[in-house]
Design a protein around this ligand. Structure first.
Ligand SMILES: NC(=O)c1ccc[n+]([C@@H]2O[C@H](COP(=O)([O-])OP(=O)(O)OC[C@H]3O[C@@H](n4cnc5c(N)ncnc54)[C@H](O)[C@@H]3O)[C@@H](O)[C@H]2O)c1
Length: 361
């Protein structure tokens, strides 16, 4: 089978992970183009490849779509641009990997999912931590019902982002292009918690605040309680205020017959593994299912790309589909809404956007 023609739209901070994932999947994919309105950003991300002579550079993705007709695009621009760019790509018949959050409003996410379904194209939300060895091992235990009755779970994201980080890209922390700590940094673990706890949420009750970062518009702390449809509960604590650096990103799942904790800087280690069924040796599991990535982005982009290429080939949904991306987005927007209204919010939500919270702090 011929290689899938691939292009990257948006060549900033996360772009090297996409190019690395593309290179690691080069048996099934050919990088035909990159696109960014800032030419230096394209050269910077391409500097990790030895020979880039066959890769076209575009400052306008619409021209790139027309001239190169890529079959798969990754969108790694500011979050507020994901939806309009995705709609154009789908219209052009392009399969997509969209960085998280897939959109900033539920209406946009719904339109993107519907358009991709109508066109028969793959739409993948880039929640790459689902592919962490530790997370895959926990998911396997969930799917094999090893926890017994799932009782409660907790997601902690205790990270640090300083002024320099926001100065590098002024869109960060704005309601129009990003959202705050929960939408940008914490959404990965919020996705994992919801996914592990059965996906169906009844109600969310939350507080958010901006305690330290008075130069951004959105929150730097969020605390939420979640009631799941299966009778279990969830706790979310997410912040970018930790002194002086990233401390941890942890996920706990507690069941009547199992206790698990994934930890490390980005849920990359298994720190507790206790099951009544005694099917495996906890020390061996901790040893075997941990990773030590160089940064909090982890190693997940490569297997996510492998899955998407296989999904395109076999005309199936990807492992992290658009609905998964929408569920993570809905959780964060539910937290924002509950905090803003000072009361619990029932799910599902249909028409909420980060823009609804403009001027909140
Ligand atoms: N999966 C992860 O772990 C992870 C990590 C970091 C960021 N992200 C997400 O990736 C996205 C990008 O974040 P970042 O930190 O790399 O941002 P960034 O500001 O460093 O990079 C964004 C790039 O997109 C370019 N761009 C803007 N408009 C464009 C357009 N119309 N066409 C092509 N390129 C365009 C900008 O010039 C810039 O180079 C965000 O949605 C963010 O939430 C995901």
């Amino acid at each position: 089978m011929s290689k899938i023609k691939y292009a990257l739209i948006g060549c900033g901070r996360i772009a090297p992970n996409h190019i690395a994932a593309a290179v690691n999947n080069c048996e099934n994919l050919e990088i035909v183009a990159v696109c960014d309105p800032i030419p230096e950003n394209m050269e910077k991300v391409l500097s990790q490849i030895e020979d880039t002579s066959s890769i076209a550079r575009y400052t306008d993705y619409k021209v790139m779509l027309k001239e190169k007709q890529p079959e798969l695009c990754a969108i790694a621009t500011e979050s507020g641009y994901h939806a309009p760019i995705a709609m154009d790509c789908i219209e052009a018949g392009c399969n997509l990997i969209i960085e998280k959050p897939i959109a900033l409003s539920l209406k946009d996410a719904d339109a993107m999912i519907a358009a991709a379904e109508k066109k028969g194209t793959v739409l993948c939300a880039c929640h790459q931590n689902r592919f962490n060895k530790s997370v895959q091992k926990i998911r396997e235990a969930v799917e094999n019902d090893r926890f017994g009755k799932i009782l409660h779970g907790a997601a902690h994201i205790r990270w640090a982002r300083n002024k320099n980080y926001y100065d590098q890209a002024p869109w960060r922390g704005t309601w129009a292009q990003d959202g705050g700590a929960l939408m940008n940094q914490c959404i990965h673990n919020i996705d994992l918690l919801r996914w592990m706890m059965g996906n169906e949420v009844v109600e969310v009750c939350a507080y958010t605040d901006r305690l330290v970062h008075d130069y951004i518009e959105a929150e730097d702390l969020g605390i939420a309680v979640v009631k799941f449809a299966n009778g279990s509960y969830g706790i979310i604590e997410g912040t970018t205020n930790i002194y002086p650096e990233n401390l941890e990103e942890t996920l706990y799942i507690f069941g009547s017959e199992g206790t698990v904790k994934a930890g490390g800087k980005s849920v990359n280690l298994i720190e507790e593994w206790k099951f009544a069924d005694g099917k495996d040796d906890p020390e061996a599991v901790k040893e075997q299912y941990g990773d030590n990535p160089p940064n909090v982005y982890g190693f997940g982009h490569t297997p996510l790309y492998t899955d998407v290429l296989d999904a395109i080939k076999n005309k199936r949904a990807p492992y992290v589909d658009g609905h998964s991306g929408r569920r993570a987005l809905e959780m964060v927007l539910a937290i924002y809404k509950s905090a803003a209204e000072g009361r619990p919010v029932k799910l599902p939500l249909e028409d909420v956007s980060t823009l609804d919270f403009t001027g909140r702090f």
